[in-house]
Design a protein around this ligand. Structure first.
Ligand code: LMR
Length: 394
């Protein structure tokens, strides 16, 4: 039977991790997978996370099963963090998931249970695994234009025109902040216009919020999501704790379904718990408990937020340094978009040949579409990258 399987193309981002590891060259630079690294190239455990784990070790007395949809302390703390304290918990269904990817998958499963004919509107480009998951599920995808390759900014007129074509029963996937892979984000005014379009056509927004705290700040990065939540009666939000808590391997995420009334919320909550049961039964507990412990303790929370701000500030400084180096080397301001982008990523706009040249001649690894992970840099490697970008002819 298993011999009938067709070979699967490896995920491009994960394959790049393997290629980087196998490269014996000294001084190689990894700007591939979206993992935060400090100046030494290490992905640290955040201070508050370590402390939360210590406390858990001291106080936990059992490893028996916990909630099928997650634990209330995690759900509540995440609802507050994403939507703001005092969000409408009575009409919000919550599901702890296996990371942000699990939340995306369960959101799409939920939407398809509610409407077997749904189409999903997806930004062009988007995180490749969005597309891969939808293809695997057999969901029809409609691309909406998003990124202007010339300016490396959002092509908002094109986006508006394309998402206007969505209708009730469709899902429009939006990146809440720190757009992956481009780094180009909507302004609050643009979010307002998106809300007006979705109000008019009745499509359901699905917001992927994987980088809250990595762009303009914890509150600022949730502003677009909150605006949509205030205006649209039904909203799906898939959030990840991988990046902002640095707990990648603990697989911690949440799906929120904002509903128009409590009866719909109860239906959605039941369907979501059912989906967990059908796919993996209980969601991972450990990471969710870390997050709940940090968010529900004033001291740990303050320390976590301070460290998150250090991480965010470090990435911003690297962006500015890279834009400055490139301004000097190119004698132009055509790379200033790097300082304007937010989050871990920027799409450079290099051709596949230029990306290959940077890898072959300079041992610099970035995703083939020229997405680079800013956090893979430090102040010594920024000039190396800047030189490579210019010598590759970008
Ligand atoms: C990325 O885009 O690099 C991250 O979201 C990690 C992943 O799973 O692809």
């Amino acid at each position: 039977m298993l011999g009938n399987l067709k070979p699967q193309a490896p995920d491009k981002i994960l394959a790049l991790m393997g290629e980087y590891r196998a490269d014996p060259r000294q001084g190689k630079i990894d700007l591939g997978v979206g993992v935060y690294k400090d100046a030494t190239g290490h992905t640290p455990i955040m201070r508050a996370v370590l402390e939360a784990e210590k406390r858990m070790l001291e106080t936990e007395t059992t490893k028996t099963y916990a909630g099928l949809a997650g634990e209330p302390d995690f759900q509540k703390a995440m609802g507050d963090m994403i939507l703001g304290a005092g969000y409408k918990a009575q009409t919000t269904a919550s599901l702890a998931t296996v990371g942000g990817t699990g939340a995306i998958r369960q959101a799409l499963e939920l939407a398809r249970m509610a409407n077997p004919d749904l189409r999903v509107f997806v930004s062009d480009p988007t995180w490749p695994n969005h597309v891969s998951i939808m293809n695997f599920m057999g969901l029809p995808i409609v691309n909406y234009r998003y990124f202007d390759n010339a300016t490396r900014a959002v092509d908002f007129d094109a986006m508006k025109a394309d998402i206007s074509a969505a209708k009730k029963g469709d899902v429009v996937l939006l990146h809440g902040c720190c757009h992956n892979p481009t780094g180009a984000n909507l302004t609050l005014e643009q979010w307002t216009e998106v809300a007006t379009i979705l109000e008019a056509n009745g499509a359901t927004p699905l917001i992927d919020l994987a980088y809250q705290g990595f762009g303009d700040g914890l509150e600022e990065d949730a502003a677009g999501t909150r605006l949509i939540a205030d205006r649209i009666p039904e909203v799906l939000i898939a959030a990840s704790c991988s990046k902002n808590f640095g707990i990648y391997r603990e697989r911690t995420g949440i799906l929120l379904a904002l509903c128009a009334d409590t009866a719909t919320r109860d239906l959605a909550q039941g369907a979501m718990a059912f989906l967990n049961r059908q796919t993996y039964s209980f969601p991972p507990f450990h990471g969710a408990k870390i997050v709940a412990t940090v968010l529900n303790d004033a001291g740990l929370r303050a320390d976590w937020q301070a460290e998150l701000e250090e991480v965010r500030g470090g990435m911003l400084r690297l962006r500015e340094q890279l834009a400055r180096e490139l301004r000097d080397l190119s004698g132009s301001d055509r790379f200033d978009f790097i300082a304007a982008h937010r989050g871990m990523f920027s799409r450079l706009g290099a051709t596949p040949e230029q990306v290959a040249k940077m890898r072959d001649e300079f041992a610099i690894y970035m995703v083939g579409d020229s997405r680079l992970n800013i956090a893979g840099l430090n102040d010594q490697t920024v000039p190396v990258l800047a030189r490579a970008i210019i010598e590759a002819g970008v």
